[in-house]
Write a protein that binds this ligand. Structure first.
Ligand code: CS2
Length: 474
């Protein structure tokens, strides 16, 4: 069918009460967790419908409302595309418009899980320590006001309301790419709760649950061309579809305090300890994604697939996996890390997924510690050379300071963007000194490591002198 002519996708949502409130209703959750939950309900039942919450803007709510909250998930494989309509959303709320409605939804007794994808910066923590940043403007606001702005604020105020009403806590299920993500969100919730009411903190500590998870599926931002593509394929106009690769993985610690969908029935791995899975994924996937994003962007590549089609970059990432990252990892039970790397290379090269290097490059100051800097610190402690990852840090510094290979400006999206733009100097050693002083990004072991400082300066010098492709060629 020709795009622009079809009737709008529409569905009448179920009136059953929701069992899950999800904070941060972006494309990733709609293409990953929401589909697993829908399939778990189809397999084993349970009232686990989802109320989605946008913490910032009304766009997703406005596009989904006329569709009865249904949307198309389009799977893009090298061999073709398949569409599925997802109907697990029961409602979508926009927090800044009506924070009380969000707290009411989170306080409903039928809600037993609050899941989150609010991105790394949404936890208002210090990435290098994992603790709450009590000076964060949203946290300061949330300390003084009963109607919150931040994700930790919503969690704490909703748990406070549940405790006051004699309702047990919900499980907090973090689905962001953070190390020990359940532990981090537990830490920020308890830190904030202690500042509000120490008895509340003690109740959450005793009765709440914060399982860690590892989430994986590549979900590029939806483009206007994707809307036409979905319409042509399905014969329905959908203003809010999501695009995703075939692969998916979800590893979850089975520690829920108030029930859960039958996730095991639909391929979710329920484990005691997610740490080895999460290290593997954050370092092998996200660490190389970010490395390819910075070097690829500087080399003029639009997407990860384009970057992988450049033999210099494909060889570079292969060296990262085999010589620098795998040697620092403990394989999760039953996992062959070399095969995992091969599978990643194939996923990255999928030409149907147009995942922009610019999109992945976003928020680097929040991503570098868990994706790259931890592997560097461990490699250096073991006297293992990590030249490729060091080059990736140099590429991030060049990118984050807002200058591309031709001297043009880059639109840097990052909470530290203005601060980082001011750190660029014509002298690479001075630039490195400025960046290494960012204690919220670099752990002390790297800030104090003179060898690392020297190697990073060499990498940046080479990158500026020769360009990203030559620097990445070894
Ligand atoms: C990406 C991730 O945007 C990014 O930073 O590295 O979103 C990545 O695509 C997912 O974590 C894959 O599971």
């Amino acid at each position: 069918m020709e795009a622009g002519l079809a009737a709008r996708l529409h569905y009448t949502p179920s009136a059953e009460p929701a069992g899950i409130v999800h904070l941060g209703l972006g494309a990733f959750f709609r293409a990953h967790g929401a589909i697993y939950v829908e399939q778990a309900m189809a397999a084993s039942g349970g009232d686990w419908g989802i109320v989605g919450v946008s913490l910032q803007s009304p766009g997703t709510r406005d596009r989904l409302a006329p569709q009865g909250w249904a949307y198309t998930a389009l799977q893009l494989g090298p061999e073709g595309e398949t569409a599925q309509v997802v109907t697990v959303l029961r409602d979508v709320l926009v927090a800044p418009e009506n924070p009380q409605a969000v707290l009411d939804a989170m306080t409903a007794p039928a809600v037993r899980i609050v899941s989150l994808t609010v991105t790394e910066k949404g936890y208002c923590h210090k990435p290098s320590t994992g603790r709450l940043n009590a000076d964060h403007p949203d946290i300061r606001y949330d300390l003084d006001n009963p109607l919150p702005r931040s994700a930790p604020g919503f969690l704490v105020r909703a748990l406070q309301a549940r405790r006051a009403a004699g309702i047990p806590p919900f499980t907090v299920l973090c689905c962001d790419n953070l190390p020990e993500n359940g532990h981090v969100v537990r830490g920020v919730v308890l830190d904030l709760a202690r500042l509000i009411d120490p008895d509340l903190a003690a109740w959450i500590e005793a009765q709440g649950a914060f399982p860690s998870t590892m989430v994986d599926r590549i979900v590029p931002a939806t483009t206007p061309a994707d809307l036409d593509r979905v319409e042509t394929l399905t014969g329905r106009r959908d203003e809010a579809p999501v695009m995703h690769e075939p692969f998916r993985q979800w590893v979850v610690e089975d520690r829920f305090c108030n029930g859960r969908p039958d996730l095991g029935a639909v391929g979710v791995q329920l484990v005691d300890d997610v740490t080895p899975f999460e290290h593997m994924k954050l370092r092998m996937l996200n660490g190389t994604h970010s490395s390819l994003a910075y070097l690829g962007y500087l080399a003029g590549h639009q997407t990860i697939a384009d970057t992988m089609a450049d033999p210099v970059m494909a060889q570079f990432v292969d060296r990262l996996w085999r010589s620098e990252i795998i040697p620092a990892l403990t394989p999760p039970p039953g996992t062959d890390l070399a095969a995992y790397a091969d599978a990643l290379a194939a996923r990255y090269a999928n030409p149907a997924i147009r995942h922009r290097t610019w999109q992945i490059a976003m928020d680097g100051s929040q991503k570098m510690p868990q994706r790259i800097l931890g592997t560097i610190a461990e490699g250096r402690a073991a006297w293992r050379p990590v030249p490729g990852l060091t080059l990736a840090v140099a590429a991030w510094m060049r990118y984050a300071s807002g200058r591309d290979e031709t001297g043009g400006t880059i639109e840097v999206k990052d909470p530290l963007a203005p601060q980082m733009a001011a750190l660029w100097r014509d002298d690479p050693a001075a630039t490195v000194d400025g960046f290494l002083a960012l204690s919220q990004v670099f752990p002390a072991v790297l800030r104090d490591d003179t060898g690392f400082r020297a190697e990073l300066t060499d990498a940046l010098t080479k990158l500026v002198r020769d360009g990203a492709r030559v620097a990445a060629s070894g």
